[in-house]
Design a protein around this ligand. Sequence first.
Ligand code: BG6
Length: 277
Amino acid sequence: MTAESTVKFVKNKVGENTLLTINHSRFSAQLSLYGAQLLSFVPTDNKDRLWLSDTAVLDGSKPIRGGVPICWPWFGPSVEKGLPQHGYARTAHWQITETTENNESVCLTLTPVDSSAILKLPLQLTVRITLSDTAQIELITTNKSNEPQPLSQAIHSYFYCPSIIEQTKLVGLENTEYADKLTNETKQQLGSVTINTSADRVYLSRTSQLELQGQGDKLVISGENHDSVVVWNPWLGAKDMADFDDEGYKHMLCVEMANTQGLTIAPEQSFTLVQRF
Ligand code: BG6
């Protein structure tokens, strides 16, 4: 870091968790080491790109509702009974093993803490978060075993929608087939995605760019190496979740770059899933 650099890190302990606030001339951000989860990303226009529930639990006792949870090494319910929904990464404790900072950006490399059970898996995950005018999250998975290993995953971003959700649309998934998880049907997207009731959809899309458009606001969301885009808003179902504030669904949409279609990582190979916004 140079003498004139404006980057500043502040650590704050909440129960078992450590929250890191980063202030840089190009952005401010908050990162939870529990889950390696970005909670807030505010570029110089002072508008947070991410949604975090007012009732989110931050002390490391349960997954954090909002920001960018990481679903890994599986997305959704586990195949094996009794294992947690969305895998282990979001409930693991992480440490920053490398920091690169300059007047343009901050890049943080996170690995699970040494005692973490996640390290006993044949697949190993490194999370790299690069923050500047935009945010980039990379999930770098390496197969440390001698056998091919299945992987499913998602960068489960909760985006803040400045316009109310009914006046927000997601552009870039037109004419794409999707699995509607609420009805178990396969459907075709006609026009841009609009939300006026609960939605839980897995779009079979490898598109590299999407736009979340409101009334006078627009967020570009891009990604690499995904085979699906998951779109989720619980609507009134939010009321049944203690950590989802009742009205929160009106200003959020999860748009997740994901691998849900049967990915296999060969021995000693690495695979990187990327999302940017
Ligand atoms: C989405 C899934 O990605 O995450 C939904 O498609 C799920 O089915 C949602 O309900 C939230 O999951 P969780 O475990 O954080 O409540």
